[in-house]
Write a protein that binds this ligand. Sequence first.
Ligand SMILES: Nc1ncnc2c1ncn2[C@@H]1O[C@H](COP(=O)(O)OP(=O)(O)OP(=O)(O)O)[C@@H](O)[C@H]1O
Ligand code: SF4
Ligand SMILES: [Mg+2]
Length: 393
Amino acid sequence: MAKAKKDNGHYITRQEERAISKYNRKTTKELEAKKHQKNVDEGMYVTSMKDTNNIIEFDDLHTYFFTDAGTVKAVDGVSFNIPKNSTVGVVGESGCGKSVTSLSLMQLVQAPQGQIVSGSIRYNAGDKCYDIAKMPIDMMRQIRGKDIAMIFQEPMTSLNPVFTVGYQLDEVTLLHNPKATKEEAKKKSIEMLTQVGIARPEGVYNNYPHELSGGMRQRVMIAMALVCNPKLIIADEPTTALDVTIQAQILDLLRSVREEINGSIMLITHDLGVVAEMADFVVVMYAGRIIEMGTAKEIFLTPKHPYTIGLMKSKPIVNKKVDRLYSIPGQVPNPINMPQTCYFKDRCDRSHTACEGPYPKVTKFSDTHLVSCYLYKDTPAQENKSTEVVKDE
Ligand SMILES: Nc1ncnc2c1ncn2[C@@H]1O[C@H](COP(=O)(O)OP(=O)(O)OP(=O)(O)O)[C@@H](O)[C@H]1O
Ligand code: SF4
Ligand SMILES: [Mg+2]
């Protein structure tokens, strides 16, 4: 196995390797033990929402991977809300922590190396509010797939190739509703396949996943997510593997599904076009943190952070010939050894003296529009109004 390099280009010594692995074993063992505790008092994970209009509140979430090369801070202090009946788009370059944020919400981060180390993920279950970050695994199984469902980018990795579509759909009903009979489960499965626009649901019910096209498989995945009438659907790059026409159909379907379930969607994508079409709110992540968030209007019409502005330039324009897609020059810092300053500093064309300071605090442009960047500061006399402090040099 290739040896890991440190930020200074030197290889990790054997002694360092041993120390890292000792630390990883101890830390992950403790965290795993906590998750697997039995008969935990409800008081440990029942909490209250800050705002009952939200279905989810991420609050200073930290999810790390304890690797042989050191600790990867994949999600490093992420806070945002998913309001009821809304679509929240999460965007950012590859590796910025979008999937790990959503996997944390499902308690599906790859263990033992991946662990939620601190923070809260409050889930509004109606009568109660749970902190998923502190919930034992046994309890989480009751929520996962039932109240919160997930649609993945590549359905073939989530559908089991050796079982028929019908068998896999029925299983979801039978798992979450043990009193249901096989006939009832089948009826529900056919109903769901019809709902996601499959023309011959009985035929598809008896098909194996490989007998279906990519678009059909994605519809099956959405049907599977809908079986238990979830309050929240997480869609992680749901259309990336599909061609443009099918992509538009799946997005339409997701939109109607949201209305149908009267719930919310957390939509993760690289594609700003998809977000512009679908999202009410947008969260922009960079290197494990949120650098800007706001309503879709705020982010698309008045982006503030140089990274968001750069992303906007990299958005392909339909029907317009471009020689080359704009991509922001430079690289994301090493996730094992993040700088103390703004993480975007080395790639930022607006960096200035203040940017040498600690990681920038949040500036509020409105109740919904927040930015972490030294270009702006809150104006104390006018709360919610912020000003630009540095003009283009
Ligand atoms: N199992 C793992 N072990 C170690 N590090 C991991 C693991 N899974 C993810 N990471 C790291 O966590 C960080 C965030 O990854 P994540 O998958 O959330 O990125 P992403 O924003 O979803 O990217 P993409 O757009 O490519 O899907 C990355 O630095 C990644 O290398
Ligand atoms: S804080 Fe400075 S370096 Fe970071 S994005 Fe803002 S202007 Fe650029
Ligand atoms: Mg991802």
